[in-house]
Design a protein around this ligand. Structure first.
Ligand code: CP
Length: 302
């Protein structure tokens, strides 16, 4: 694996290996025999705000022996219009890797091509691959395995989160993903055709999606950059993760939320608090999953 730009581009074996390594990273925290980032500086270009991604990458890079360099768009000329390809060509001559959170997926792709250093997508409008690795680690940890599980994703069925989850599901054997959301927010036919994953189902019937599932996953109704689109938010009112929905799921079902959460909107306070241990383990797992990505990339480029 040369970069982590999307789950779509990962081979099924690479996805499995990253989750396996994330388990090792978690179990070995504080006792890592190898420091694959020793002597390295990794840039972190963030054009959107972040709590979990920023902190987990900064800590993870340090724990693997490297030094993170956080660059908001206002810190560098990118924010004044310098092209991403020029930014990449400069940073590529100075730092050893780059983590990018931005809007357009193409910017992350361009950075990887022009920078010629390992590049990690820390969220774009199209994908959130690091989050999905942490989610899979959490499912494995809390449910014993990923195999044989049925996960419902409730809310925006065509967001960066749901898109990354669909690609992950395609790579997983004996696994089913059901997306439930308003018709306007389900993946279009051409995407589903390209995905070509019979184990990914889409429906407007949230009860049908939740019935007997092992995990219910949700995310904010309005992604970053969509603030103020209240008419869009109104369409999701029937797609809240609440106790009525949980009653339809498997009695041992877990709840996933990548956070930040808006209580009273996509999830109720009581469901979030009842499943807080899983949800905050999921947040912690960002650290372990991303250390697996960093170590894998560092070893590839060594
Ligand atoms: N889930 C997630 O990416 O959180 P942050 O936006 O806080 O990084």
């Amino acid at each position: 694996m040369k970069h982590l730009l999307s789950i779509e581009e990962l081979a099924p074996q690479e996805l499995r290996q990253l989750v396996d390594l994330a388990v090792e990273m978690k179990n070995g925290r504080g006792n890592h025999a190898e420091q694959p980032l020793a002597g390295q500086t990794w840039a972190m270009i963030f054009t959107k705000s972040s709590t979990r991604t920023r902190v987990s990458f900064e800590v993870g890079i340090r724990e693997l022996g490297g030094s993170p360099m956080f660059l908001s768009k206002n810190d560098i000329q990118l924010g004044r219009g310098e092209p991403i390809k020029d930014t990449a060509r400069v940073l590529g001559r100075m730092v050893h890797g780059c983590v990018i959170r931005t809007f357009a997926q193409q910017d992350v792709v361009d950075f990887s091509e022009f920078g010629n250093i390992p590049t990690i997508n820390a969220l774009t409008d199209d994908e959130h691959p690091c989050q999905i690795l942490a989610d899979l680690l959490t499912v494995r940890e809390k449910l014993g395995s990923i195999e044989g599980k049925r996960v419902a994703f409730v809310g925006d069925g065509f967001s960066n989160m749901s898109i990354s989850w669909m690609w992950a599901a395609k790579h997983l054997a004996n696994f089913e993903l059901v997306l439930a959301g308003p018709a306007e927010h389900l993946p279009p036919a051409d995407f589903l055709e390209k995905l070509d994953a019979p184990n990914v189902k889409v429906t407007t019937d949230v009860a049908e999606a939740a019935k007997g599932c092992h995990a219910i996953n949700t995310d904010v109704w309005l992604s970053m950059g969509q603030e103020g689109q209240e008419e869009k938010e109104a369409r999701f009112s029937g797609y809240q993760v609440n106790s009525d929905l949980m009653a339809l799921a498997d009695p041992e079902a877990i709840v996933l939320h990548c956070l930040p959460a808006y209580r009273g909107k996509e999830i109720t306070e009581d469901v979030l608090e009842a499943h807080a241990d899983t949800i905050f383990t999921q947040a912690e797992n960002r650290l372990h999953a991303q250390k697996a990505v960093l170590a894998t990339l560092a070893n590839h480029w060594a």
